[in-house]
Design a protein around this ligand. Structure first.
Ligand SMILES: NC(=O)c1ccc[n+]([C@@H]2O[C@H](COP(=O)([O-])OP(=O)(O)OC[C@H]3O[C@@H](n4cnc5c(N)ncnc54)[C@H](O)[C@@H]3O)[C@@H](O)[C@H]2O)c1
Length: 263
């Protein structure tokens, strides 16, 4: 157990598996108190007990982020239980890979509801106490899909909204001591990919050529970025997009050699 985040309370939505789980475990190991918000009861309990067994300070909150009243109630309960929220990480999402023509209104609405609206509602509920304390930190988990067309159409549109939400919060409430940033992950091998792995078991291998650093990402890569943004080492960073993508967005890796004629 380290103490780099000791004294901070961090709320993480969608922390029952994958990136949210890894962030929760790593942030707790840095000494922060962690509030887990998750719809899947079994996964929620698994993460809570893993952190508690390692000596971490953790509480679990079962929640459907599709419900405004549950968000209001839960964020208020976290504030009461821990006394304050230093950092809110909006990580939960639903992902549908359909193209636009095959996207039903239900799929579109659910994407917006869980990926974008829930982030807005969590921020709206957590901000007033942060503003009162003149100190708050919000981290939104975005995606490279919000920066370039890489499929998953309704998800990408919702995430582009999340990126805009970051800029709004950073600029409007910076004067109140609030920092807000977006972490922009590239492909991270998580359970969210299971349907695509079932269709193509080699999908992560096939994606490698696009990544200048020669691999897809891990939840740990994103946890490293989150710990940096929560820490005292990022106090003048706000409104930024911390791209954690192995170099993907910097260029067109499989293309440049062909352009140069060296392929
Ligand atoms: N995996 C990737 O390749 C990748 C790439 C870029 C960005 N991201 C972003 O990283 C974040 C985490 O992705 P992941 O791969 O860990 O996803 P995941 O699907 O494995 O985890 C998402 C979690 O959110 C929870 N959740 C979903 N709906 C909920 C609801 N209504 N209420 C409460 N919890 C709910 C799920 O139960 C799950 O535990 C997301 O914001 C995602 O957009 C992931």
């Amino acid at each position: 157990m380290n103490n780099s985040l000791k004294g901070k309370t961090v709320v993480i939505t969608g922390s029952g598996r994958s990136i949210g789980r890894e962030m929760a475990i790593r942030i707790a190991a840095e000494g922060a108190s962690v509030a887990l918000l998750e719809i899947n009861k079994e996964n929620l309990e698994e993460v809570r007990s893993t952190i508690a067994a390692a000596g971490g300070d953790v509480r679990a909150y079962e929640i459907d982020l599709g419900s405004e009243s549950q968000i209001i109630e839960t964020i208020s309960k976290v504030e009461k239980d821990f006394g304050k929220i230093d950092c809110l990480i909006n990580n939960a999402m639903v992902h549908e890979a359909e193209d636009l023509l095959n996207t039903t209104l239900d799929v579109w609405n659910k994407s917006i509801q869980i990926t974008l609206t829930a982030a807005f509602l969590c921020i709206r509920q957590a901000l007033p106490a942060m503003i009162k304390r003149k100190n708050g930190n919000i981290i939104n988990i975005g995606t490279v899909n919000a920066k370039a067309m890489i499929g998953s159409d309704s998800y990408s549109a919702a995430k582009a909204g999340v990126h805009a939400l970051t800029r709004t919060v950073a600029v409007r409430y910076g004067v109140d001591g609030i920092r807000c940033n977006t972490i922009v992950p590239g492909t991270i091998a998580t359970a969210a990919w299971q349907a695509r792995v079932d269709r193509n078991p080699n999908v992560f291998e096939d994606l490698k050529p696009w990544y200048p650093l020669g691999r897809v990402g891990t939840p740990n890569d994103i946890a490293d970025a989150a710990i940096f943004l929560i820490s005292e080492n990022s106090q003048w960073i706000s409104g930024s997009e911390l791209v954690v993508d192995g170099g993907l967005l910097a260029g067109y890796a499989p293309m440049f050699r062909t352009v140069e004629g060296s392929d």
